[in-house]
Design a protein around this ligand. Structure first.
Ligand SMILES: *Cc1c(COP(=O)(O)O)cnc(C)c1O
Length: 386
């Protein structure tokens, strides 16, 4: 089976984790801050707050922006459910902005139209969560231009996009957002097994997210209600969680970061090769937005004929090609339908869902394996139906 995605673990990665196991700290030691500083440096962000998953990063990101009961949060319908769920954890109502059919990212025109209706009805979102689908940044400048005049806070779900860039800035620089979050799940660009990080340039947000990840506790006397009782003292000044990343995870992440650029280069080379090799088939290639370099977490084709969708998908799986579908539109999940969403609400997202297939793409994919994928697709899509 050629999977759609796969981690790449080197001997150096294993040795980095083994060193932590032999050290004094399995958690709350020196490596987590080193990992945070290293990724902040790569992204050109002032702060990174490492946590145990991107789902946790999304939760503390929107919570630190004050999202709560009675508030509204908007995200894209073509994403993993976690992008929407973070709003629900805070008790906010969640709504969606339809996608651009070429980039699969939140469509700025759809956002402008929805904002106009929201202004007319007097209920604007407090937070918006654009998603960098497949690793290509959303149109952040347009999104920020539309949202910032209304005080809408912006969290980039860059789970797919570490190592990518937008208008010559690395994704994670937060030039057009308050916070950017990354995922280090094994199928993503770099891994910590489970893990995530929230990047920001705002010291207050970084402090708030650091407290929320660890019980709402501070050891900073400046944040306490009175002078410290002594060297043992800490205060819980708000309600937080335990979302901490371990030293083992951070050591793996720090070691993986050394190959981040190489991973993204290889993914881009494979994507360019797919573009060339698939060009004559009855499908659409993933759209590329100008001035953006995707990290290419996913390579997503869309079939011209949606009636062939499940047979092509099943046929590829039967030939040992581990294709996948990212994603089922979130508004069609039973959990979200209970809030009144249903088919027809976001037509571009639903049309995408009827055609999309993620084909194998990962740094360790060989040209020969890629040729197997291309040959299978070519055979399936050009042979006469029986
Ligand atoms: C993977 C993913 C997440 C969740 O990441 P975890 O680290 O598994 O919690 C959130 N959003 C998107 C778009 C993702 O792809």
């Amino acid at each position: 089976m050629i999977p759609y995605g796969k981690q790449d673990i080197s001997d150096d990665d294993m040795e980095a984790v083994a060193r932590v196991l032999r050290s004094d700290f399995l958690t709350q030691g020196p490596i987590v801050p080193q990992f945070e500083a290293a990724l902040a440096e790569i992204c050109g962000a002032a702060y990174g707050v490492a946590v145990n998953s991107a789902t946790s990063a999304l939760h503390i990101a929107v919570a630190s922006l004050g999202l709560g009961e009675g508030d509204l949060m908007w995200t894209s319908p073509i994403t993993f459910v976690a992008s929407a769920n973070c709003g629900r954890y805070c008790g906010a109502d969640v709504d969606f902005v339809d996608i651009d059919p070429e980039t699969f990212n939140m469509c700025p025109q759809a956002l402008a139209a929805k904002l106009e209706r929201a202004i007319a009805s007097g209920r604007l979102p407090k937070v918006i969560v654009p998603v960098h689908m497949g690793g290509q940044s959303a149109a952040m400048r347009e999104i920020a231009d539309l949202c910032r005049p209304h005080g809408i806070r912006i969290v980039e779900d860059a789970s797919h996009a570490v190592g990518g860039s937008y208008e010559d800035s690395p994704v994670g620089s937060c030039q057009y957002s308050d916070i950017t979050i990354f995922s280090f799940h094994p199928v993503k660009i770099v891994t910590t097994a489970e893990g995530g990080m929230a990047m920001t340039n705002d010291a207050a947000l970084a402090g708030k997210m650091s407290r929320l990840r660890s019980h709402g506790i501070t050891r900073d006397e400046g944040e306490m209600t009175h002078a410290s009782d002594g060297p043992w003292y800490y205060q819980q000044i708000e309600l937080g969680l335990n979302y901490r990343m371990t030293e083992l995870q951070a050591a793996l992440g720090l070691s993986q970061l050394k190959r981040l650029a190489a991973f993204v280069d290889r993914r881009n080379a494979l994507a360019d090769r797919y573009d060339r090799l698939l060009t004559d088939l009855p499908l659409r290639l993933p759209g590329r937005q100008a001035a953006t370099r995707s990290a290419f977490h996913l390579y997503i084709i869309r079939l011209d004929d949606p009636d062939q969708h499940s047979t092509v998908f099943e046929n590829l799986r039967a030939r040992g090609i581990g294709v996948n579908l990212h994603y089922i539109p979130v508004h069609l999940q039973p959990y979200y339908r209970q809030f009144g969403f249903g088919p027809g609400d976001f037509p571009a997202a639903e049309d995408y869902y009827a055609r999309a297939i993620s084909i194998p793409l990962y740094a360790g994919l060989t040209d020969a394996d890629q040729d197997v994928v291309v040959a299978a697709l070519t055979d399936i899509l050009t042979s006469e139906p029986t």
